[in-house]
Design a binder for this molecule. Structure first.
Ligand code: PGA
Length: 304
């Protein structure tokens, strides 16, 4: 089959986004260029690869087959890149990491130190919630992932490198702010600002309240730790977040940690990759760096 790599890359992007426009944006091409390459690929295959129903496009059966082969070819090429990075040593490697939005409060500090040591390393950092990270692991589109708990449904090699305490927070003027040894049951009637579905913080929180037999009477959903912190400061309710997202607000006394008997929830931070993945020299050394030095390098708030 006379298929070019360019056609496969373009096809793969359209199949991933199920949109010609988004594929074009992703690849910095014009939409007609994308359509033209897909059309040529369809001619080689002798079958349509996409079909349009209403305003949406879908893969045809032939399209789904083509997707499997396209991903296979592109993954093999990626593996070749890793091997050549390795042969060149650490001087000019590329590091692709994906981290939980909560971990984004400290990962840039780690990257800054790593890049100081290895100035030739190019980094790309994706920040998303737990659900997005599971997809990145599943699709094998990242070297390493940093998040709060290894997934159950995907085989990974994961190592703990730091504790991740989740604490209850309130505005300094809140009625519970000055109290000590608050029983968890007293939080039951408070409004809680919680993260979106798909967030690891959210699922840990839900599991915790469930295990403690406490059901929250009023919750408000927000899609980032940042908006929860703003909401709590503004007096919308209480929050339960990783201590590692709170450095600035605690230092400026814009938020306080509530002294709740059953808290903090102690979770851990893990650095992980898919089992069987061939890590590049750069990825291997970043993983070792995180494991051995993150605790020392980071200056994060602690509970005393
Ligand atoms: P998230 O991160 O709440 O931003 O998804 C925490 C985690 O991975 O558990």
């Amino acid at each position: 089959m006379n298929i070019t790599l360019r056609q496969l890359r373009i096809f793969e992007a359209v199949a991933r986004h199920l949109s010609f426009t988004r594929a074009a944006e992703d690849l910095h091409l014009t939409q007609p260029a994308v359509s033209m390459q897909v059309k040529q690929l369809e001619e080689v295959a002798g079958l349509p690869l996409f079909e349009q129903v209403g305003k949406r496009i879908f893969l045809t059966e032939a399209g789904r087959e083509m997707e499997v082969y396209a991903r296979g070819v592109l993954a093999t090429l990626e593996e070749a890149r890793v091997v050549f990075d390795e042969l060149r040593g650490l001087k000019r490697g590329h590091l692709h990491i994906a981290v939980a939005s909560t971990a984004n409060y400290f990962v840039p500090q780690l990257l800054a130190e790593f890049c100081r040591r290895f100035p030739g390393v190019q980094v790309s950092l994706d920040v998303t919630n737990r659900e997005g990270l599971l997809e990145a692991l599943e699709d094998n589109v990242t070297d390493l992932v940093i998040m709060g708990k290894p997934p159950a449904r995907i085989e990974v090699e994961a190592e703990v490198f730091m504790e991740n305490p989740l604490v209850a927070i309130a505005a300094p003027g809140h009625a519970l702010a000055g109290e000590s040894a608050i029983p968890l049951s007293r939080l039951q009637d408070e409004t809680f600002l919680i993260r979106e579905r798909g967030s690891g913080t959210r699922s840990a929180t839900e599991r915790f309240f469930h295990e403690q037999g406490v059901s929250l009477s009023s919750t408000m959903e927000m899609s980032s730790s940042e908006s929860i912190k703003q909401g709590v400061q503004a007096g919308l309710g209480l929050g339960l977040l990783s201590l590692h997202t709170l450095e600035m607000e605690l230092a400026l006394r814009r938020l306080v940690i509530l002294d709740v008997n059953e808290l903090p929830i102690i979770r851990n931070w893990y650095v992980m990759h898919r089992s069987g993945k061939r890590l590049s020299a750069v990825a291997r050394s970043f993983r070792a760096f995180v494991k051995d030095e993150a605790g020392e390098i980071l200056d994060l708030p602690t509970l005393d």
